[in-house]
Write a protein that binds this ligand. Structure first.
Ligand code: CUA
Length: 164
């Protein structure tokens, strides 16, 4: 069969250009999400014995505490089928470091409209810092299927207006 060399050239370009453009697009998306949107993969911040959470700091005292001006630390335990604490209250403009783990099975830890999206794995500590500027109520949900009560496992982050 006789093909016009120009047609072949255009076919080749039609394959080659997207095969360059797609990886470049992906790299741009990764770079933007990491640096502009502040989305990071949470690392394993530590290991512990999930059976001894009640005597392992900081999980012996779950809750929210202020660690500096505008800076908070939220220590959260996920277990079937609740978060402890299930309400995190902070003033707008705060930077919150979530330190979380699971007491039993794998749970999810996702805060709506925020970059917080963690996996709570028994024996591992997940840690992530996020800033909350906009006042309102943010839903915290478990987004890893964890059994029959999975759908009722949720909490809320309440960002209070500072009056400024
Ligand atoms: Cu915990 Cu789903």
């Amino acid at each position: 069969m006789n093909r016009n060399p120009l047609t072949v050239y255009i076919y080749e370009l039609a394959w080659i250009l997207p095969s360059i453009a797609i990886p470049v697009g992906m790299l741009v998306a990764i770079t933007l999400s990491a640096f502009a949107l502040g989305i990071h993969l949470p690392g394993a911040a530590g290991r512990l014995d999930p059976a001894r959470l009640d005597s392992t700091p900081p999980f012996d005292r779950p809750g929210v505490r202020q660690v500096g001006p505008g800076r908070y630390e939220a220590v959260v335990i996920g277990q079937i089928w609740r978060f402890t604490p299930n309400e995190i209250r902070i003033p707008a403009g705060s930077e919150v470091t979530f330190i979380a783990t699971s007491r039993d099975v794998v749970h999810g830890f996702k805060i709506q409209d925020s970059p917080v999206n963690l996996m709570l794995i028994p024996g591992q500590v997940a840690r992530l810092t996020a800033r909350f500027d906009r006042p309102g109520e943010y839903l915290l949900v478990c987004h890893e299927y964890c059994g029959t009560g999975h759908h009722v496992m949720f909490g809320r982050v309440i960002v209070e207006p500072t009056g400024r």
